[in-house]
Ligand binder design. Structure first.
Ligand code: ATP
Ligand code: FE
Length: 366
C-alpha cells in the first residue's frame, strides 16, 4: 500500500508518497524560508497564502516524481495538528478535496507524532516502546512512545522552544547579513558560528535548576542573552547592520547552556523511565527528532548522556528531522497497518485543524 502525505503546519509546503516497506516513491517541498527571513519571522497570513499558491504544485510534483497518479495512492495522510491554524487549514482542505475526488480514505496526522515515528522508517528495526526527545521550532518534549497512538509525556517546555530561541538569536545578532548564512535556518547559523567561539565566554544561568522535574524553559536564556548583546553592542560601538566581533562567543555560550539544560532534563527523564520500569531492557532506545536535532553539538552531548545511562541513541539525518512530507506519509502507513485513525471519504466533516494538541498525558506528576 502507498500513502500520500501532506504537511503544511508551519512554513514548508511538503508532500511525499511512501510505501508500506518504507520506500520513498516521490517527494517534493517548497520552503518559505526566504520570505520568513525577509519579514524577520513567520507571518501567518503570508504563510497561508504561500501554502495556497504552492500546495497543488507540490502534490502534483510528488506524484510526477513517483511516476504515479492519485488513483495509485491507497490513502491520504495530512497534518491536522498542532501548528499555525491558517497553515494547517490549507493542507487539511486540500487533502479533504483529494479524498472526496478520488474516494480515498483520509488519515489525520499529529505533527509531533510524525516527528517521533520517522525513525522507524529510517532505522527499520526500532520496535515499540521507546523514548523520544523532540526538539524543534515549536516544541521541546520528552515522551515514551508506547505505540502508534499512545504516548506518555515525561517533560515539555513551559514557554518557548530551542529552535525558535536559535532563530531569535540569529536575528538579534543580524547573522543573516553574512552572505554565507543567507539561506540557512537560524539554528544552523548559530551552530556554525559557535564552532569558533568559547562556550564559557559568557556565563548564562541554567533555567529550572530548582525544579525537580523534566520540564524545559528557554525564555530566560533568550532575554539574558539579549541583554548581553545590548551591552556588547554598546561596548563595541556597533551600529546598523554591523555584526559584533564576539558574536561567535555569544553563540557558543548560548548553545552551551541550552545543551546543558537539555542534557540535565534528558538524563532525569531517562532515569525516571528506568525507575518506573517503563521500557523492557532491549528497548532502551532514545530517538531524537525535530529540526533542532540537526545540531551536532546537541548530538554529541546526547550521546554522552545515553552512554552514561545505557541507552542506544538514534538521530535520523537532518532531512528527516526537519519538517517534511515523508514523516506524514509514514505516519499514515503506521496507522493503516494498525487500522487506527482511518476516515472514509464520506466522513470528513469531523476532521478539522487544531493549533494546540498535547502528545499525551504527563506521567511524572504523580
Ligand atoms: P514544530 O515541529 O515544533 O511544529 P517546526 O516544524 O517549525 O516546529 P522544524 O521544522 O521541526 O520546526 O524545525 C525547525 C527549527 O529547527 C528551526 O527553529 C531551526 O532554527 C531549528 N534548527 C535547524 N537546524 C538547527 C541547528 N543546527 N541547531 C539548532 N536548531 C536548529
Ligand atoms: Fe516540525
Amino acid at each position: 500500500r502507498k500513502v500520500l502525505g501532506i504537511e503544511t503546519s508551519c512554513d514548508d509546503t511538503a508532500s511525499a508518497i511512501v510505501c508500506e516497506n518504507g520506500q520513498i516513491l516521490g517527494e517534493h517541498s517548497i520552503s518559505q524560508q526566504e520570505v520568513v527571513l525577509r519579514y524577520g519571522g513567520i507571518m501567518p497570513t503570508i504563510a497561508r497564502d504561500l501554502h495556497e499558491i504552492n500546495i497543488e504544485k507540490v502534490v502534483d510534483k510528488t506524484l510526477q516524481n513517483a511516476n504515479l497518479t492519485m488513483n495509485d495512492v491507497d490513502a491520504i495522510a495530512v497534518t491536522t495538528k498542532p501548528g499555525l491554524i491558517m497553515s494547517l487549514m490549507v493542507g487539511t482542505k486540500y487533502a479533504k478535496h483529494l479524498s472526496k475526488k478520488y474516494k480515498k480514505p483520509l488519515l489525520p496526522i499529529h505533527h509531533m507524532e510524525a516527528h517521533a515515528l520517522t525513525a522507524r522508517l529510517v532505522y527499520k528495526n526500532i520496535q515499540y516502546p521507546f523514548t523520544t526527545f523532540l526538539i524543534s521550532g515549536g516544541h521541546c518534549l520528552i515522551a515514551v512512545v508506547h505505540s502508534v497512538n499512545r504516548y506518555s509525556l515525561l517533560g515539555k517546555s513551559i514557554d518557548d522552544a530551542p529552535g525558535e530561541a536559535f532563530d531569535k538569536l540569529a536575528r538579534r545578532l543580524k547573522l543573516h547579513n553574512l552572505s554565507k548564512y543567507r539561506s540557512l535556518s537560524g539554528g544552523a547559523v548559530v551552530e556554525d558560528l559557535a564552532k569558533n567561539g568559547n562556550p564559557l565566554a559568557f556565563n548564562i544561568p541554567e533555567p529550572l535548576l530548582q525544579y525537580p522535574n523534566c520540564n524545559f524553559s528557554f525564555s530566560g536564556i533568550k532575554s539574558y542573552v539579549t541583554n548581553i548583546i545590548s551591552k556588547e553592542e554598546l561596548k563595541f560601538d556597533i551600529l546598523g547592520d554591523n555584526i559584533l566581533p564576539n558574536a561567535d562567543d555569544i553563540c557558543a555560550s548560548f548553545q552551551y547552556i541550552i545543551t546543558k539544560h537539555l542534557c540535565r532534563r534528558l538524563q532525569r527523564a531517562l532515569e525516571f523511565v528506568d525507575l518506573k520500569k517503563l521500557l523492557p531492557d532491549k528497548n532502551r532506545i532514545l530517538i531524537v527528532s525535530g529540526g533542532a536535532a540537526s545540531n551536532n553539538y546537541f548530538r554529541h552531548a546526547f550521546k554522552i548522556i545515553c552512554d552514561e545511562v545505557g541507552y542506544k541513541l538514534f538521530v535520523p539525518p537532518p532531512k528527516f528531522c526537519t519538517d517534511n512530507g515523508i514523516m506524514i506519509a509514514w505516519n499514515g502507513i503506521e496507522k493503516l497497518k494498525t487500522n487506527i485513525g482511518i476516515y472514509n471519504y464520506t466522513e470528513l466533516d469531523s476532521i478539522y485543524p487544531m493549533s494546540q494538541s498535547e502528545l499525551g498525558t504527563d506521567i511524572t506528576n504523580d
